[in-house]
Design a protein around this ligand. Structure first.
Ligand code: HEM
Length: 426
C-alpha cells in the first residue's frame, strides 16, 4: 500500500494467475469467488488490482479522467534492459494511439477519425465480407473436416481490416505472426529468452508499419481509414500527430483482426457446444444478431482491459491509492448475476445480451464494434446455411497465454459431406 497500511492479500488473490491454468480456460469461472466475496483484490503476481463485478468494471470505464487508459498498451511483463535495447535498435517508439490516450487529446482525435466507422459507411464492406466468407467455405465444404481458425477465421478479419484501413494487402501470414508477437509482448508473460526474440519481432513489426505508412503517404487520394488519418495529420498535426500515425498503424492491424477472429472462433465453439442455440440459428437466421451479442457476452474475445488511477478512489468498496493499476475483467463482469439473470447459462434469446462489456464502454468504447458485428453475423449466416450439420471434433483447446485476448488456437469441426445441403440453397 502506498500509505503503508497493512495489505491483506488473501490466498486466492495471491494464487490468481492470468497467464495460465483456469483463467486461460475460463476467465469468468476462475473469478467466480472474487465476484462473490472479494470483488476488488490485489494480485501480487501482476501488481494489478483485479476488478470483477459488472457495476465496478462499468464505473471504471465510465470515468477516463480518474481511471486513465495510459497503461493500456504497457508491457504487463516488464522487459529487461537487454530486450529494451533490441527494441531501441529498431527505433521502436510505440506511444499513444486512441485506446491509451488521455483527455482531452483522445476525444479531439477520435472525433476527427470517426466517419469511417459510422454504420452507413460500413455498408460498403458487407458484400466483400460475404464473398470472402463464401470463398473460404467453398474451399473446405466437401472435405468433411476443417480447422476453422486456420482455414477461415483469422484470414477473413485480417483481409477485411486491411481493406478498411487502406493498407495494401501484403504477406498475411507474416502479419499474423507480428500480431501474435505484439500480443505476447504487451499482455503476456514471456520468459527472458523469449523477450529477446519478441523484441526483434516487435521491432520488425514497427519498421514494417513505418514502411507501409511511407508508401501510403505517397498516395494522397488513397481510400481507407489510415489514409484519412494521414490527411487529418496534414490538416491537424497537433491532434493527429506523426507519433499517432506510426503507433496506430501497428496497433490497429492487431486490434482490427485478432479480436474479431477470436470472437468468431469463440462464438462457433460455444454454439456448437450448446447445440440448441446452433440449431435455432440454422432454422432462423434472424436470430443471429442477438446470438452474436450473447456469444460476445458469454465468451468474448477481449476478456480484460487496463486502467490507472490518477487520484485516490474507492472501487467496489475498496480504497485504492493514486497510481494504482487496475485489471478490469470484462469476462467476469459479463457473468455477473447482478446484471445478467442465470449469467452462466447461454441463451441466444437473452434480452439484455447487448449490455456486455466486451467492447468496453464510454469514451473509448470500441470504434470497430459495428464492423466486427457485421463480420461475425455474416460468418455465422454462411456457416449455418452451408453446414447446419456441423459438429465439434474431439480436441483439447489451447490459448495464447495472455491477460486480454482470448480465442482457441485451433477449432476442429466435422460434418457428413453426404448430408451437405444442396449448393446455393438459401
Ligand atoms: C477499442 C474490443 C474489433 C478498433 C477497443 C476496446 C475494446 C475493444 C475492449 C477498448 C474499449 C474501452 O476502453 O472502453 C474489441 C472487440 C472486437 C474489436 C471485442 C471484436 C469482436 C475492432 C475492429 C476495429 C477496432 C474490427 C477496427 C476496424 C478499435 C479502436 C479502438 C478500440 C480504434 C480505440 C477506441 C478509443 O480509444 O477511442 N476495442 N474490438 N476494434 N477498437 Fe476494438
Amino acid at each position: 500500500h502506498a500509505d503503508g497500511a497493512a495489505c491483506p492479500v488473501s490466498d486466492r488473490a495471491r494464487a490468481f494467475d492470468p497467464f495460465t491454468g483456469a483463467y486461460q480456460l475460463d476467465p469468468a469461472a476462475a473469478l467466480a469467488w472474487a465476484r462473490a466475496e472479494e470483488p476488488v483484490f490485489f494480485n501480487p503476481e501482476t501488481g494489478y488490482w483485479v476488478v470483477s463485478r459488472y457495476a465496478d468494471v462499468k464505473a471504471v470505464f465510465r470515468d477516463p479522467l480518474l481511471f486513465s487508459p495510459c497503461n493500456v498498451l504497457e508491457k504487463i511483463t516488464p522487459f529487461p534492459e537487454e530486450a529494451m535495447a533490441v527494441l531501441a535498435s529498431y527505433g521502436y517508439a510505440m506511444n499513444r494511439t486512441l485506446v491509451n490516450e488521455d483527455e482531452p487529446a483522445h476525444t479531439e482525435r477520435r472525433r476527427l477519425l470517426m466517419a469511417h466507422f459510422l454504420p452507413a459507411n460500413l455498408e460498403a464492406h458487407r458484400d466483400r465480407v460475404r464473398a470472402l466468407t463464401r470463398e473460404k467455405v467453398d474451399a473446405f465444404v466437401a472435405k468433411g473436416r476443417a480447422d476453422l481458425v486456420e482455414e477461415m477465421l483469422w484470414e477473413i478479419p485480417l483481409t477485411v481490416a486491411l481493406h478498411f484501413l487502406g493498407v495494401p494487402e501484403s504477406d498475411m501470414a507474416r502479419l499474423r505472426e507480428f500480431s501474435m508477437a505484439h500480443t505476447v509482448n504487451t499482455w503476456g508473460r514471456p520468459s527472458r529468452e523469449d523477450q529477446i526474440a519478441l523484441a526483434h519481432e516487435v521491432g520488425r513489426f514497427w519498421q514494417f508499419a513505418g514502411e507501409v505508412l511511407d508508401r501510403m503517404r505517397a498516395e494522397p487520394e488513397g481510400k481507407g481509414w489510415m489514409h484519412e488519418a494521414i490527411r487529418q495529420n496534414a490538416l491537424h498535426p497537433d491532434i493527429v500527430t506523426d507519433s499517432y500515425l506510426h503507433s496506430m498503424m501497428m496497433a490497429i492491424i492487431v486490434a482490427a483482426h485478432e479480436t474479431t477472429a477470436h470472437a468468431a472462433a469463440n462464438a462457433i465453439k460455444l454454439l456448437l457446444t450448446d447445440g440448441a442455440g446452433w440449431r435455432a440459428i440454422c432454422e432462423d437466421a434472424a436470430l443471429i444478431p442477438n446470438a452474436v451479442e450473447e456469444c460476445l457476452r458469454y465468451a468474448g474475445s477481449v476478456v480484460a482491459w487496463r486502467r490507472q488511477l490518477t487520484a485516490p478512489a474507492t472501487v467496489g468498496g475498496t480504497d485504492l491509492p493514486a497510481g494504482a493499476k487496475l485489471l478490469i475483467v470484462m469476462a467476469s463482469a459479463n457473468h455477473d448475476e447482478r446484471q445478467f439473470q442465470n449469467a452462466d447459462s447461454f441463451d441466444i434469446y437473452r434480452d439484455n445480451a447487448t449490455d456486455h462489456l466486451t467492447f468496453g464502454y464510454g469514451a473509448h468504447q470500441c470504434m470497430g464494434k459495428n464492423l466486427a458485428r457485421l463480420e461475425l453475423r455474416i460468418i455465422l449466416e454462411e456457416l449455418s446455411r452451408r453446414l447446419p450439420h456441423l459438429r465439434l471434433a474431439e480436441q483439447d483447446f489451447t490459448y495464447l497465454p495472455n491477460t486480454s485476448f482470448r480465442g482457441p488456437d485451433h477449432l476442429w469441426v466435422e460434418w457428413d459431406v453426404a448430408a451437405n445441403p444442396a449448393e446455393g440453397a438459401e
